[in-house]
Design a protein around this ligand. Sequence first.
Ligand SMILES: NC(=O)CC(=O)C(=O)O
Length: 295
Amino acid sequence: MATKLLKAPLKLALIQLSSGADKAANLARARSKVLEATSQGANLVVLPECFNSPYGTKYFPKYAETLLPSPPTTEQSPSWHALADMAKEGKTYLVGGSIPEYWPETNKYYNTSLVFGPEGKLLATHRKVHLFDIDIPGKITFRESEVLSPGNKVTIVDLPEYGKIGVAICYDIRFPELATIAARKGAFLLLYPGAFNLTTGALHWELQARARAMDNQVYVGLCSPARDMEADYNAWGHSMIVDPNAGIMAQLEEKEDVVYADLETGRIEETRKGIPIYTQRRFDVYPDVSEHYEA
Ligand SMILES: NC(=O)CC(=O)C(=O)O
């Protein structure tokens, strides 16, 4: 029998974390929620975008950490070490949301996700490729590019017992090419730590999650911070897990909580057998974007 994309059943947990201005408190809270999720049997746990800091361009330099050389010292990156320890303590794969990163050699800042394995080893990093620069008059203006630089790669991470996942950050979800490349290269799940807001969340959060699942016939997880109406930026919340047929398996409201779903082997193949867009592509009519991907 052909190997399934998801090789073994997996319990996914998305932590809709409530975080604030105190980085040490954010890390401690993240740890307790990660361990809560692993005590419920989660094998893969996800934290939200900018989980260790408030979300906003004025905060990025103050909270930024230097990640290289790898491993960094605890002074350079307390978050790197906290995440590695959480993964090891909980014996779980951990997509550590994202943190502001500072790269001293070029004096650049990034919005960066760190992925750790159950032994606490760093497996991958993803720097947000598409920066969140939008202007909806009277609603929201945000320009990550005032401070941040973009990453330059598609991130696919191999979890040996389970298979491959694609990891990207928030605004990256609006660019379907990243998702398509990861799925065509064999990812069973696309994960997006993300912080949509009250304007764009209401418009597009669920649509984006379900669209990426539908286009690619894979599982999708979107992990938001909890909403804080006292903060400068009000996150949408509604962390959700979507199945390969674009059905919502589980989702939260706006408060701090953890959402779980049991991902089953064979669901992707069953979906693709029923609606076989996977084998009906017309690369004689349009190009295969995944051809540009180099591992
Ligand atoms: N915060 C983001 O990066 C993206 C977002 O809020 C949106 O796309 O909407």
